[in-house]
Design a protein around this ligand. Structure first.
Ligand SMILES: NC(=O)C1=CN([C@@H]2O[C@H](COP(=O)(O)OP(=O)(O)OC[C@H]3O[C@@H](n4cnc5c(N)ncnc54)[C@H](O)[C@@H]3O)[C@@H](O)[C@H]2O)C=CC1
Ligand SMILES: O=C([O-])CC(=O)C(=O)O
Length: 276
């Protein structure tokens, strides 16, 4: 789809999920992002979503998630991963631009990419709580040998993850760092759907999620979500590290994630774009 607004016709944006990420994105759109206007929002609880929408000056419509694609040119998915398949399918089928933070869920529905080719939709995954996807994408134009990511989170931020439940791993009373997962990004994203969307995005940007190695540590000594990436390629070798401040609303989610989505939206229409 063409994402260029005209002065009298800004692109219409809808958001699914007004939580730690989505509400911040809604507020940024409400404060003004050039060429974009927030027209609709959807949440799990319509009354709560309507109350949130009422705090915004632009007064977006409150709709079911399934109706967002009809109301907007761009649908931003900031809802939990469980709602991804239905939402993503409706937006892709409508030929809209689908911006999602649920990179892990996208891995399990990669058929949507082929479908987007036929409908004219585009799927955009912001860098989110990570860094360096510009360099990883550039390196992937050459040959990458190895991509490794190590995630450390406070134990509370990992609690309840399916992988921990399935493997009977308890984090209660942990006094030293414990490696709770070692494998590829596909398995990691499945086992920790609310924790390592970043590894899924890294896999998609680089050598593929199956070849992207991942370790996840529960570390009582950290108070930030720390992600370290190491890339070995024929063009460069690099190591990157980000220490994310957990958001107040949802400590699993780094505060920078919402800012990444806002920057990604701004980049859709800006006359100057910097970075790959
Ligand atoms: N790509 C990345 O770097 C990152 C991705 N994430 C992912 O982003 C997603 C959102 O994260 P947060 O904002 O922290 O979550 P959150 O739990 O704070 O907010 C989610 C919101 O979606 C609403 N919701 C639930 N079901 C819904 C449905 N069917 N339709 C519309 N809204 C619905 C909830 O009521 C809540 O307001 C999560 O899946 C999370 O794993 C989180 C951090 C980083
Ligand atoms: O916020 C973070 O540090 C990463 C995260 O939750 C995710 O990738 O899902």
């Amino acid at each position: 789809m063409d994402v260029r607004p005209t002065p009298d016709a800004p692109l219409r944006v809808a958001i699914a999920g007004l939580g730690a990420i989505g509400l911040k994105v809604a507020q940024a759109l409400d404060a003004g992002l050039p060429g974009l206007v927030l027209v609709a929002v959807a949440g799990r609880d319509a009354a709560k979503t309507a109350a949130q929408a009422a705090t915004l000056r632009c007064a977006p419509a409150v709709l079911d998630a399934a109706a967002l694609a009809e109301a907007a040119d761009i649908v931003v998915d900031c809802a939990p991963s469980a709602s991804f398949p239905a939402l993503a399918t409706s937006v892709v089928d409508a030929g809209r631009l689908f911006m999602t933070v649920n990179a892990g869920a996208l891995l399990r529905h990669l058929g949507l990419v082929a479908r987007a080719k036929t409908t004219g939709a585009r799927i955009v995954v912001p860098t989110g709580a990570l860094l360096g996807l510009d360099a990883v994408r550039a390196a992937a134009e050459g040959r990458i040998e190895r991509v490794t990511m190590i995630t450390r989170k406070p134990p509370g931020g990992l609690e309840g993850a399916p992988w921990l439940v399935e493997h009977g791993i308890s984090l209660a009373g942990l006094t030293e760092a414990k490696c709770v997962f070692e494998g590829d990004a596909v398995e990691g994203a499945r086992g920790f759907p609310a924790n390592v969307n970043v590894a899924a995005a890294l896999g998609l940007a680089g050598i593929g999620p199956e070849r992207t190695r991942l370790q996840i540590w529960a570390d009582p000594a950290v108070d930030r979500n720390v992600h370290t990436i190491e890339v070995e390629a024929d063009s460069a070798r690099f190591s990157l590290r980000i220490e994310n401040v957990p958001s107040t609303e949802n400590p699993r989610t780094g505060r920078i994630t919402a800012l990444s989505v806002i920057a990604c939206l701004r980049g859709l229409t800006a006359p100057l774009r910097v970075g790959t």
